[in-house]
Design a protein around this ligand. Structure first.
Ligand code: CP3
Length: 363
């Protein structure tokens, strides 16, 4: 990491230092709400963009050309790294991601390969190098990421998102995945260990290619109660994080949703920051931590897609809530929605950049 990137607001904030304002970036900041993304997407499939370093780099940079953001995130998905394990992954219009040969037995898990990271994800590493070569001199950090073993397992077993999610063909409330971990505990364990190995190699390689921070997405973790979390997930997350920390010292954020009751446990994972959704005010999320940590979040993505007045009010609320934290990274609670007006994003970025702790809020 170059020195100016190391001194950037995002990296300093993840080291627990507060600046005069929080850094700002958005989950899914590259995506369908941007006309310039839709233009590229009209000519290329999602997987083509991800697998073509020039296109993935271009799409990663699009939001930074428009908005004064404090970080870029590399364009990829949490699911494409599963292709090299032997899964047939695609992104189907109107349905979201699909896996056409989902895991249903211990033998299916035994048959999963752990591919070399260069062979499996070389295109993303190249895209990272391209983005970093453009951003490094401006001192803007690039965030690398992967899915967490639990959330990846849910997709691998279901073959898609739960039926609760838009347009998805999956079982109700992930019942296929639940049945799997209840009835096949050894296969579950073996699957978690394979994914830990894949994810550690992948994240370490992204840091090696120039990512200045890393984020683990565990979007479905809220399916579990605390007891299940401790049994089915925690040992593997701890292993993953400690192995990764032996290989890189770039700061690491753990993001999950629906996990208000797990925040105490999550704060003890050994990560440098926690991403939180909109289910609690930031001050209450912080109160639930067992160890104080920087928090990232948690503007309501639906408000971001809506009318300006309620949105503006909420932006100030999130900024004020953030002041009580060890440190704060401004973000949405969940990814930007496709119908979000880019102008809303521009105005939110302006407010956050102009904010200093003494400034007035909305009336
Ligand atoms: O800008 C960024 O945040 C970087 C790129 C990124 C994408 N997906 C691109 C994407 C990141 C970090 C992700 C993470 C991801 N992918 C998660 C974790 C975060 C979350 O939202 O909970 C999950 C669960 C997925 C799986 C996934 N990929 C779903 C459920 C969908 C369909 C929903 C949708 O928005 O269409 C995708 C597709 C996807 N991933 C798109 C993008 C830009 C839309 C693809 C398109 O252009 O058609």
């Amino acid at each position: 990491m170059g020195t100016i990137v190391a001194e950037s607001l995002l990296i300093q904030t993840l080291r627990g230092r507060r600046g005069s304002r929080p850094p700002i970036w958005f989950m899914r900041q590259a995506g369908r709400y941007l006309p310039e993304y839709r233009e590229i997407r009209a000519k290329h499939s999602m997987l083509e963009i991800i697998k073509t370093p020039k296109l993935a780099a271009e799409v990663s940079l699009q939001p930074l050309r428009r908005f004064d953001l404090d970080a870029a995130i590399i364009f990829a998905d949490i699911l494409n790294p599963l292709i090299g394990m032997g899964l047939e992954v695609d992104f189907v219009a109107g349905q979201g991601p699909r896996i056409f040969n989902p895991l249903r037995s211990a033998a299916d898990v035994a048959g999963l390969k752990i591919p070399q990271v260069i062979e499996n994800s070389g295109y993303t590493l190249e895209a990272i190098e391209l983005v970093v070569s453009e951003l490094d001199r401006k001192g803007v950090p690039l965030i690398g990421f992967c899915g967490a073993p639990f959330t990846l397992s849910c997709y691998m077993i279901e073959g898609c998102g739960s039926r609760g999610s838009r347009g998805s063909q999956g079982s109700q409330d992930f019942s296929t995945a639940r049945t799997f971990w209840k009835n096949l505990p050894e296969a579950w364990r073996s699957l978690q260990l394979k994914l830990v190995e894949l994810c550690v190699d992948y994240l370490a390689a992204q840091a090696g290619a120039g990512a200045a921070a890393l984020q683990i997405f565990d979007s479905w973790l809220g399916l579990l109660n605390q007891d299940e979390y401790v049994r089915l997930v925690e040992p593997y997350l701890k292993k993953m994080i400690s192995l990764l920390k032996q290989r890189t010292n770039v700061p690491l954020v753990f993001y999950s949703t629906g996990t208000s009751d797990l925040l105490g446990c999550l704060s003890e994972l050994g990560v440098d920051g926690l991403g939180v959704d909109g289910s609690l005010p930031l001050s209450e999320a912080a109160r639930r931590l067992a160890l104080p940590l920087p928090l990232q979040g948690n503007l309501d993505q639906m408000l971001l897609a809506g009318e300006w007045e309620p949105l503006e009010c909420e932006v100030f609320k999130v900024l004020e809530e953030g002041q009580g934290l060890l440190s704060h990274i401004f973000n949405v609670g969940r990814g930007i929605l496709p119908h979000t007006p880019p102008d809303n994003v521009a105005r939110v970025v302006e407010i956050v950049r102009a904010w200093n702790s003494g400034a007035a809020g909305c009336s």
